[in-house]
Each structure stands twice: as structure tokens, then as C-alpha cells.
Design a protein around this ligand. Structure first.
Ligand code: NAG
Ligand code: NAG
Ligand code: NAG
Ligand code: NAG
Ligand code: NAG
Ligand code: NAG
Ligand code: NAG
Ligand code: NAG
Ligand code: NAG
Ligand code: NAG
Length: 740
């Protein structure tokens, strides 16, 4: 579909002055394809929306004509993937493998984005995935995004710097502020007003300063790559002390979140009709504009009620809140557009009745003044029941993943069909994007959606997957077995239409052990496996291994090794369920204790085998996460230990006392071998002991024991292996013998 000029001319639709300089694209080529630095010629031409045309340049090389810088990057991507046969992945860029003689395009090819916004990130991705990223990782991520045509990324890094200045300005002390800010791995929920304060030590000033410096690089690069960064604004969430400094200010308590104790939640909220709110908003936006430029963006992320109940459910109250919030935002930036995550309309659907949604969104005048992210469109879309957000702009988003959990899962048929039908049904749908909580694994389900944003008809999954596999495994004469493996994946694991098991499936080995409640969970955080492992994971793995035996060049392809390890990981995780069920049966049968210990052994063997497997690939290592955190501290070991605690606590207890225990669990080498292993070993020992002594099963006592293990583990320092150990393919061969 070509966007009509009328639509694009309608004022603030894009609400930014994206760069028209092509320097960022030239620099991208320099970084990613240095040997072809002079082979690509980009030129901006007039035209509507985001379009490109790639053709053979008269003097050799490739010409990319484009209407926006973002479209230039997408044009380059189309060339390198469709003609050059290479791509950039989460596991690393392979663009430098583009052949020295560039393949010809032949008949020029056009591409057009079907929506003005291609969006990326969830507020929580900044913690689950990017908490400890350095500039190198950001740079790789931004190139990945630019090439895929993303033009509207969220940019939350370093928020606390500007916020702190504003809070100081209104009279709060450093102590007041420090008691409000949350830890380095938990900032998203402080920004959402879910939590306040920290555990494991206050947020160091150095963190605040360094993150702010990082954000300067991030925002500048986003702009240079033709993107409009979505920047933060003042939300209204404030330290409790503000109420003492301003006894007459309209401050209400937020709500309790996820079992956190009072001092860490119930965040104070300054109601936006208070003149102090406007003062703080204006100051915040002014400072941010001074730092990043006043025209870099006019789109602001601002969430007030994400898993946070409004003080009142009265529709008049809700309309006043949004109206005053936007009034203050526009006072600070007359071109401001308010972007919000729409998760609340699903997660708290019983509160957010149609009347309340209508009141809250309707409080803001003008359809272009807001952008609502329909956060979980692939499984729980809310745009239909909310009458397309009553006319506000909205974005069709794929959530897919909770907490960076790693189970293989996806639903390709929905990703290619539903955005297209939604666009036809809802003219105010203005974007397509990714709002994954954690950006880990299952890369194909993210790729296909960002590609769908450039195709007005539904992508053909079969041919898409074939082309995707061919460029993922960049070898000449790719064995058919590799395609067979992915044909199995794409039609089973990645065609999951079971509404009980959507988003990433969690493996029970990552959960706190118990005799009940682990298996067959459905809904939010399912553990039920919606496919038969023996006819899906098993033959897919066999085909991958077969492909490697036919063409050993595959062994040098990092993405291939990643996929083999990931598939084997899933095999073992699924086999663990059978072993667990056998243990519970042995315990229910009443023992003897020796039989329980024996039934427990296979679980421990799987965990230790899984740990060995994961050690063989650098994408699956706990020490990578920990050393990324520690390295941000330079030589300051006190600071490094603080960061390590934050890194460990997020993926285990998530809170000082396991408040959302195991939410962000991972199957990482080191975590499986030390933490999960220890918990399951203790559990098996406990079941054997109570069977021998005749004591009753005491789930509270068991939980206390598990919490103690978590607290100890979180406080430790990683002193062992940090590097890849073992040969993945031979380890996989051994595990296939054992588990197939
Ligand atoms: C795309 O194709 C049309 C003709 O088919 C052409 O006029 C146009 O300039 C091309 N390029 C872009 C960037 O739209
Ligand atoms: C708060 O309001 C009370 C009653 O209206 C007034 O007497 C008092 O001066 C106000 N205090 C401040 C700090 O504005
Ligand atoms: C907010 O919560 C704090 C701590 O629970 C309490 O002390 C305070 O009175 C509450 N404030 C209001 C306005 O309810
Ligand atoms: C920002 O953009 C507007 C409209 O494009 C322009 O008038 C203004 O001069 C720009 N301001 C700065 C500081 O570049
Ligand atoms: C606030 O509400 C009033 C009354 O509906 C409306 O005229 C005004 O435009 C709204 N303000 C904003 C900033 O949306
Ligand atoms: C906003 O969108 C709604 C729903 O599509 C429509 O009824 C209304 O006329 C639009 N308002 C404006 C000002 O365009
Ligand atoms: C999709 O592509 C496959 C492989 O190229 C082809 O066999 C099939 O007919 C296509 N399906 C549709 C609906 O076009
Ligand atoms: C090291 O880090 C700690 C905790 O952030 C901080 O209090 C201390 O001042 C730092 N020491 C140096 C020498 O920077
Ligand atoms: C099991 O009992 C033994 C012997 O009393 C004890 O040492 C061990 O800690 C117990 N294990 C668990 C997990 O309770
Ligand atoms: C799957 O394969 C395993 C290993 O061969 C076997 O033990 C198990 O019974 C099979 N499960 C099903 C459901 O066929």
C-alpha cells in the first residue's frame, strides 16, 4: 500500500524532524561492510512515506534511492539479504561476508513501508536484556534495527540523571532521591512507578552519570540512522519526601505491586493538575532538549498505570489525569506526542472497562496526540474491544517473550496475517513493532514481523523460512536437511496456535521445586509444552546434525551452532518434565527413601548435562551477563559487587525476598549447574528425608530453604570459568545418544 500524501501531510503524524543527512548510512556501511564502503550510493528523493528503490549503478556498485534515511537503511538491508545472502543477527553481524563482487540487481526493485512507524523495545527490555550493555552492544543493536527499517525506538537509558536534577531543583535532598531510585537491574519498574528504592545497596552516582553519557551516544546514533528516539518525560512518580516538602501538593499513593513490602512499592504519584507537575515536566523536558537537541524527537514515553491502579476509577478522574498530563507535556514541548504501553488494558482488563479506557484516552484532544502500543497484539489484542483506541494512533506489537525466558515458541501464521487485517480494519493503526520483554532467542519470530512491515500482502511463510535459513547458514550448497529442520520448526513449534501456551514457554527446571503446580501451567508463563517433542524437536535436531555431517562448513557458522545448542537445550528441558513426573510418582507411591533418591538422580543428570551443553556456546553463559555488569565498574570492586548482585538477583529471586521469584529465569551455563542444580538436589534430598522420617510435606519450610539458597547465591561472586568449554557438536552427539 502506498501511503496517501494527505495522510502524511496531516501535521504531527511523525512528530519529529528525522535527519536528512546520509552520513549515518555511510558510517553504517563503513562499520558493517567496510570492504564495500564505496560500492553503495544512497540518494534521497522526494516521495511519500518510506520507500526505496535499489538498482545497479551505472559505474558499477549499487544505487539506493530512498525517501527517508530509514528507508535507505532498509534498502541496503534488502540488497544484502535478498541479493547478497548475508544478514546481521543477535549472535553477530555476518555482513562483512558479502562477496567482493557484488551480485547485480537486474530489474530495479522497490520497497515501501506499509506503516509510518516501525517500533522497537519494551520499557522492561532495558533491564531484562540491555541493563549492562556497553556502547559496543548498543551500536550492534542499533545497526540491526536500522537495517530492518525500525524508525521509532524507545530510548530510556540514563533517565535518572535528568530526573535527579529535577528532584533536586524542587528541594529534595540527595538522601530523599537515593531512597527513591531502584537498582541498576530494576530501573524499568521504578520508571513505571511499580517499585521505589533498592535492595543490595543504593544506586551509585557513577551509574547515573555513566548511563547518561551512554544515552548521549545512543540518541545521537538513533538520529543519525534516521530514527526518532522515543524519550522519557516526567511521569509524576516521586519520592515520598516530596509530600513533606510540599504539604499541599496533590500527591496520592500508587498501588501495591507484586508482593513487594510497603517501603519498596506504593509509589507516590504527583497528580498532573498540580502546578508542581507542570513545573517539573517543563524543567525535565528543557533539560533533556538541552542535552539531546530540541528537534531530535517530540515523542515521549509516559506510563502512569502500568500494573499500577489509578487512585480512582471515576471516569471524570481518569479524563482529568490524562488531560492535565498532556497539557503539561504540551506546555513543555508544544509538538509533544504522548506514547504509552497498552499492557494495562489487557493485564488489568477488569479495571479498564471500555468506559474508563474511553475516558482516559478521550481526556487528550486530537487523534494524533497519542500513540498507544497495543502491546501483545499477537495473542491478546485490545484494539478491537477499545474501538481502535477511540481514534488515537496505535501500533501493532509483538510481545512474545516474558522476562527473557528462552523456550522455543512462536506463531508465524498470526504474525504475517493479523497486522495486515488490522491495518485494513483500523485506519489509525500507524505502526508495527516489537515489544518483547527480553530479546533472547526465537529470532525468526521477530524478523518476520519487521519484514511484514514492508509487505502489503501476507508474507509466504514457506518461502520466507527457506530464504531466512539460507542466509542464516551462509554456506554454498546448503544440505536439504537444514531446510527440513526449519520446515519442521516453522510448522510446529513456530506455528503455535494454542491460546493456552502463548509467549515463551518456561521450563520447569527453572522454577522453585515443588511436588505440585509446576507442569502444565497455562496462560501467563505457560509450562505446558504444546507440541510433541519426539516428532518436532527430535527430528529437527537430527536434521541439523545430518546437515553438518553432509557439509562441514556449517560448523564454522556461529548461527548454526547456536541453533543446534538451542534445540538440544529445548530437548533436555522437555525431557526434564518426564523425569520430574517420575520423581513425583515415586514420592507419591510412598518410597522407600532410596527409591526417591534414585528417581531424583535423572533430574540431576539432566541438569548437569544441560550445564555442560550450555558451556559449549558463548551465547548461553551466565558469566557473560555477570562480567558485562562488573566491567561497568572499572576497577572499583565495591561497585562491581553491587552490579553483580543486581545481575544475579534479577534472574533469580527478583526482589529482596523472592517477590517475583524466577520470573526472569534463564537457561545459562553456570546458572543451571550451580543454582538450579542446588535447588533440585536439595528438593530430592528433602523428599527422601521426609519419606524416611514420616514427616509431612511442608511447602513453607521447603520454600524457606529455597529462599536461603537464593539469598546465598545472589550474594556470591563468580570466581570460576568464564569462557566456552567443550566442543558443542560432540557434546550434542553424546546427548542425542542419551536422550533420543
Ligand atoms: C519505485 O517505482 C516507481 C515506478 O514503478 C518509481 O516511479 C519510483 O521512483 C520508484 N522508487 C521509489 C523510491 O519509490
Ligand atoms: C497549605 O494550605 C493551607 C490551607 O489552605 C495554608 O494555610 C498553607 O499556607 C498552605 N501551605 C503551603 C506550604 O502552601
Ligand atoms: C502512602 O503510603 C505511606 C506508606 O504506606 C503512608 O505512610 C502514607 O500515609 C500514605 N499516604 C496516603 C496519602 O495515603
Ligand atoms: C526545529 O524544527 C522546527 C520545524 O522543523 C524548526 O522551525 C526549528 O528551527 C528547529 N529548531 C532547532 C533548534 O533546530
Ligand atoms: C483538555 O480537555 C478540554 C476539554 O475537553 C479540551 O478542550 C482540551 O483540548 C484538553 N487538553 C488537552 C491538552 O488535550
Ligand atoms: C478521531 O478518530 C475518531 C475515531 O476514528 C473519529 O471519530 C474522529 O472524528 C477523529 N477526530 C479527529 C479530530 O479527526
Ligand atoms: C508459498 O511458497 C511456497 C514455496 O515457494 C509455494 O510452494 C507455495 O505455493 C506458496 N504459497 C502461496 C499461498 O503462495
Ligand atoms: C566505589 O563504588 C562505591 C559504590 O558505588 C562508591 O561508594 C565508592 O565511592 C567508589 N570508590 C571509588 C574509589 O570510586
Ligand atoms: C536430609 O537429612 C540429612 C540427615 O539428617 C541432613 O543432613 C540433610 O540436610 C537433609 N536434607 C534436606 C534437604 O533436608
Ligand atoms: C519420546 O521418546 C522418548 C525417548 O525415546 C521415549 O522415552 C518416550 O516414551 C517418547 N514419548 C512419547 C510421548 O512418545
Amino acid at each position: 500500500m502506498r501511503l496517501s500524501p494527505v495522510l502524511l501531510a496531516s501535521g504531527a503524524l511523525l512528530a519529529h524532524a528525522a535527519t536528512t543527512s546520509l552520513d549515518g548510512i555511510s558510517a553504517l556501511v563503513q562499520r558493517q561492510i567496510p570492504q564495500h564502503a564505496d560500492s553503495f550510493t544512497f540518494s534521497l528523493i522526494d516521495g511519500d512515506g518510506d520507500s526505496f528503490e535499489i538498482s545497479d549503478a551505472s559505474g558499477g556498485g549499487i544505487s539506493v534511492q530512498c525517501t527517508t534515511v530509514s528507508a535507505c537503511a532498509r534498502g541496503l538491508y534488502t540488497y544484502v539479504t535478498q541479493y547478497g545472502g548475508v544478514d546481521i543477527w543477535w549472535t553477530g553481524s555476518r555482513l562483512s561476508q558479502l562477496s567482493s563482487t557484488l551480485p547485480k540487481v537486474g530489474t530495479p526493485v522497490n520497497g515501501t513501508a506499509i506503516v509510518p512507524y516501525r517500533y522497537h523495545f519494551n520499557t522492561v527490555t532495558f533491564d531484562y536484556t540491555a541493563a549492562f550493555w556497553d556502547w559496543d552492544q548498543w551500536e550492534a543493536e542499533l545497526d540491526w534495527l536500522a537495517l530492518r527499517g525500525v524508525n521509532l525506538p524507545l530510548a530510556w537509558v540514563g533517565y535518572e540523571y535528568t530526573l535527579t536534577e529535577v528532584l533536586q531543583e524542587v528541594g529534595l535532598t540527595d538522601e530523599d532521591i537515593s531512597s527513591f531510585l531502584s537498582g541498576s537491574a530494576f530501573q524499568a519498574w521504578n520508571r513505571f512507578g511499580n517499585i521505589q528504592g533498592s535492595w543490595g545497596g543504593p544506586l551509585p552516582t557513577q551509574w547515573i552519570d555513566d548511563q547518561y553519557a551512554l544515552q548521549q551516544q545512543i540518541v545521537a546514533r538513533m538520529y543519525e540512522l534516521g530514527m526518532t528516539p522515543v524519550l522519557p518525560a516526567f511521569t509524576g512518580f516521586v519520592p515520598r519526601a516530596l509530600a513533606q516538602v510540599y504539604p499541599n501538593a496533590s500527591i496520592v499513593n500508587g498501588s501495591q505491586w507484586s508482593g513487594f513490602p510497603d517501603d519498596l512499592t506504593d509509589v507516590s504519584f504527583l497528580e498532573p493538575w498540580d502546578s508542581l507537575f507542570t513545573t517539573m515536566q517543563t524543567s525535565f523536558i528543557n533539560k533533556q532538549q538541552a542535552a539531546f537537541g530540541s528537534n531530535v524527537t517530540h515523542i515521549y514515553t509516559l506510563d502512569q498505570y502500568n500494573e499500577n491502579d489509578p487512585y480512582s476509577g471515576d471516569t471524570g478522574y481518569l479524563a482529568s489525569i490524562s488531560n492535565s498530563t498532556f497539557t503539561a507535556l504540551r506546555a513543555a514541548d508544544p509538538e509533544a506526542v504522548w506514547m504509552m504501553q497498552g499492557w494495562l488494558f489487557f493485564s488489568d482488563e477488569s479495571f479498564w472497562t471500555d468506559d474508563r479506557v474511553s475516558a482516559y484516552l478521550g481526556g487528550v484532544s486530537g487523534n494524533d496526540s497519542m500513540i498507544v502500543l497495543d502491546l501483545y497484539s499477537e495473542a491478546q489484542p485490545q484494539w478491537e474491544r477499545t474501538n481502535s483506541y477511540y481514534g488515537k494512533q496505535w501500533v501493532w506489537c509483538e510481545l512474545h517473550d516474558y522476562g527473557g525466558n528462552m523456550g522455543m515458541e512462536g506463531n508465524l501464521p498470526v504474525l504475517v496475517a493479523n497486522p495486515i487485517s488490522a491495518l485494513a480494519a483500523s485506519p489509525n493503526m500507524k505502526g508495527i513493532g516489537l515489544t518483547m520483554e527480553g530479546q533472547e532467542g526465537n529470532e525468526i519470530v521477530y524478523d518476520i514481523l519487521l519484514d511484514q512491515a514492508w509487505s502489503s500482502t501476507s508474507i509466504n511463510i514457506t518461502s520466507y523460512v527457506e530464504a531466512w535459513v539460507a542466509r542464516r547458514y551462509t554456506v554454498s550448497s546448503l544440505p536439504a536437511a537444514a531446510q527440513t529442520a526449519w520446515s519442521i520448526f516453522s510448522t510446529t513449534v513456530y506455528s503455535n496456535s494454542d491460546s493456552n501456551t502463548q509467549a515463551t514457554i518456561k521450563s520447569i527446571l527453572e522454577l522453585e521445586p515443588s511436588t505440585s503446580g509446576l507442569t502444565d501451567r497455562t496462560g501467563h508463563h505457560p509450562t505446558e509444552i504444546p507440541y510433541d517433542t519426539n516428532t518436532t524437536i527430535v527430528p529437527a535436531l537430527q536434521n541439523l546434525v545430518e546437515a553438518a555431517s553432509e557439509n562441514a562448513a556449517l560448523l564454522d557458522v556461529p548461527e548454526f551452532i547456536y541453533d543446534v545448542v538451542d534445540t538440544t537445550r529445548q530437548l533436555l528441558a522437555n525431557r526434564f518434565i518426564d523425569a520430574y513426573n517420575a520423581l513425583v510418582s515415586a514420592y507419591s507411591a510412598g518410597g522407600p527413601a532410596s527409591a526417591i533418591a534414585a528417581a531424583g538422580q535423572p533430574l540431576l543428570t539432566i541438569l548437569s548435562d544441560l550445564d555442560t551443553l550450555l558451556w559449549a556456546n558463548d551465547n548461553f553463559l551466565l558469566p557473560t551477563w555477570i562480567s558485562a555488569a562488573r566491567s561497568l565498574a572499572g576497577s572499583n570492586t565495591t561497585y562491581a559487587s553491587y552490579l553483580e548482585y543486581n545481575a544475579r538477583n534479577q534472574i533469580t529471586l527478583w526482589g529482596p525476598d523472592g517477590e517475583i521469584n524466577d520470573y526472569a529465569s534463564k537457561q545459562w551455563a553456570g546458572l543451571v549447574g550451580t543454582y538450579y542444580y542446588q535447588r533440585w538436589e536439595t528438593f530430592v534430598g528433602y523428599l527422601a528425608n521426609i519419606t524416611a522420617s514420616g514427616e509431612a510435606y511442608d511447602s513453607d519450610a521447603l520454600s524457606s530453604q529455597m529462599l536461603a539458597i537464593g539469598e546465598t547465591w545472589d550474594a556470591e561472586t563468580w570466581n570460576s570459568e568464564t569462557d566456552v568449554t567443550g566442543d558443542a557438536m560432540s557434546i550434542v552427539a553424546g546427548l542425542m545418544q542419551k536422550y533420543i
